[in-house]
Design a protein around this ligand. Sequence first.
Ligand code: HEC
Ligand code: HEC
Ligand code: HEC
Ligand code: HEC
Ligand code: HEC
Ligand code: HEC
Ligand code: HEC
Ligand code: HEC
Length: 466
Amino acid sequence: MKRTSYSQWIAVFAVMSFLAFPVMVSARANNFPKVKEYRIERSMPPEAVACIECHRATTPGIFADWAKSRHANANITCLDCHLVQPGDADIAKGHEQYYGRSNLPYGQEKYRVPIAAIVTPKDCSRCHPDEAIQYGRSKHANTLEIIWKIDPWLNDGMNSNNERKTGCFTCHGTVVKLDEKGNIDPKTWPNVGVGRVNPDGSKGSCTSCHTRHRFWVGEARMPEACDQCHLGPDHPQIEIYEESKHGTLYHAYKNETNFNAAGGTWTPGVDYRAPTCAACHMSGSGTVKTSHDVTERLSWETQAPLTIRPQNFKPFPANTDWKAERDKMKAICLQCHGKSWVEDFYSGFDQAVKEYNDVYYKPARAKLDELYGKGLLDKTKFFDEHLELQFYELWHHEGRRARMGAMMMAPDYAWWHGFYEVKSRFNEFNEEADHLLKSGKKAYVYPDYPNATGSTQKPVEVFPKK
Ligand code: HEC
Ligand code: HEC
Ligand code: HEC
Ligand code: HEC
Ligand code: HEC
Ligand code: HEC
Ligand code: HEC
Ligand code: HEC
């Protein structure tokens, strides 16, 4: 929502808190959570009161989270998000049985309404259109299209569907499917990956960063909101952040940080001293506006094998100009740093990218192509020959770490987990490659590659058949 509406809400809250007297949870509610501020508005439809009262008894964890949220304060009820919308196929039919249970509060027919278990960015967009639009154009929302265009694990079927469900798709998102009866397919659910494809056609899941049912803006501003996915050997952003001075400051000054500022008003220097992931990549700062498109502010694609500009990333070209995006990021740094500090940082980052591309990546790629050309390596599958793995780890593991360590101020990742390991991998790769080239012997192919059973069919929901 825009800032103007925020001040209107302040007025609404002021009135509401004047009127609102906390209800004491009644005596029959021994096991109910202690919720201090919550009362039922007279204007609330009885069906919504039913959701709240029955769920207060049946799922007290969900009730308590909602009751403490800004949504509850603003009178946004369960019904506002879960009521079936026109076109929704995911009607929770099993839910209707609870309206015939006299042992449950409000378990009566007259309160019955159809509900959906899945709440998508499209549902949130009724009230938060800007966030949903920005999110929709990001690489987060579109990641399933991207990975199915380029990834050999998927396209060569080198892992199993369940390895994907519990691994890849937990971060990237599943295509949520319904069976003929309208029940959600457990092979695709539960899931809150960033690029989840929903039955209503919308992409993503806002709960990747805003966990339900608190939906607290402060949580998304903390680096912990990103660390479920942005970690590990191939994209260790959280480890890098922890190593950086910014991470040190985050921990040291956490108690002084005001995570609660209204959306779009979180101010460096006033509310926080240490930039977090969100502060650099999403939150507004100075003249730069808040954005739910994390592709903004980037000038390089450092996750790619060969580092390129975002607009030149073929599977999903960014609709941006890298120079303008870099200026946005710099404007954020300049809230806390001087110009030469920031310019000199970028020159080191650019040089790291250049050296990685020219000294390590391009020569290794040329040698790999030579081996394929001479038939010494087999091109039909990836990952089934040792040199393919060596090459993959060179760019996908240490090669990323080297670039990413340099770009977010973590010397140990830039060097010991980065360029140092790039060097040793490069030498081992070449030793083995040269041996094949000299001897003219074909590389050993792993027979019986384990669990290479995953589907190689691109999902039609993402790639509609023409
Ligand atoms: C009379 C009791 C009762 C009322 C009224 C009620 N629920 Fe439920 N609901 C339940 C119970 C019990 C479950 C959990 C068990 C389950 O998922 O099978 C549940 C499950 C759910 C689920 C998960 C469904 C799924 O398929 O995973 C959602 C979402 C939900 N309720 C929302 C609502 C909303 C929104 C309302 C108001 C329109 C509401 N409930 C009213 C008892 C109730
Ligand atoms: C601001 C929107 C919003 C409101 C308000 C809301 N929900 Fe939800 N709810 C969600 C989202 C988002 C999910 C996650 C579903 C998904 O992944 O698509 C969810 C999931 C659920 C689930 C299934 C979760 C699980 O862990 O099994 C239940 C049950 C549920 N909500 C009940 C309620 C009840 C009861 C209320 C009111 C007290 C409520 N919701 C209010 C957005 C909302
Ligand atoms: C019926 C309208 C409505 C729907 C639907 C809705 N919201 Fe909200 N949301 C509000 C209002 C009103 C506020 C409070 C005013 C504000 O902060 O702009 C709010 C506030 C928020 C906040 C800020 C909370 C804070 O701590 O400051 C977040 C985050 C949020 N909503 C996320 C979501 C998500 C995610 C969904 C969908 C799952 C959703 N909302 C669905 C109306 C809605
Ligand atoms: C722990 C969460 C997680 C898991 C598990 C995971 N990924 Fe990723 N993946 C990410 C993140 C985060 C990025 C973004 C890296 C970056 O931009 O720095 C990414 C990037 C990618 C990219 C590059 C996309 C681009 O824009 O170039 C591909 C392809 C990919 N992942 C495929 C997969 C596949 C296939 C699997 C399973 C075999 C998988 N990932 C498992 C989180 C994960
Ligand atoms: C549920 C997993 C998940 C969470 C949580 C998550 N991300 Fe991501 N992020 C991904 C994946 C997957 C990608 C890779 C998308 C692709 O390139 O296909 C990605 C990519 C990115 C990119 C690169 C975009 C680009 O255009 O190259 C940025 C920046 C980013 N995320 C920032 C964040 C920030 C900041 C947070 C926390 C506020 C966050 N992410 C939370 C999974 C996640
Ligand atoms: C990658 C993490 C991430 C995802 C996914 C995400 N958000 Fe946010 N969201 C944030 C961050 C960070 C902020 C705080 C920005 C700031 O500091 O002002 C925020 C703030 C908000 C606010 C508060 C803005 C205000 O004016 O009060 C709303 C509303 C919101 N998000 C809605 C959504 C909706 C709707 C979706 C899904 C379409 C979504 N978010 C998905 C990270 C995320
Ligand atoms: C001090 C600001 C700052 C902080 C804090 C920060 N980043 Fe970054 N991040 C950057 C800069 C600068 C770049 C490189 C931008 C470019 O391409 O020009 C970057 C790039 C990225 C990328 C893009 C990788 C790619 O695909 O090329 C991802 C993903 C990312 N950051 C995630 C995170 C996460 C997650 C956190 C928190 C754990 C975080 N960042 C914290 C400044 C920051
Ligand atoms: C909210 C304020 C803030 C923002 C925004 C910010 N920084 Fe910092 N940064 C600091 C503070 C404070 C220090 C610690 C200074 C010291 O060591 O005395 C620091 C330290 C650094 C360091 C030193 C690292 C080391 O190892 O000593 C670098 C480099 C740096 N920042 C670069 C950047 C860049 C580049 C950006 C933008 C992408 C940025 N910062 C954004 C506050 C910020």
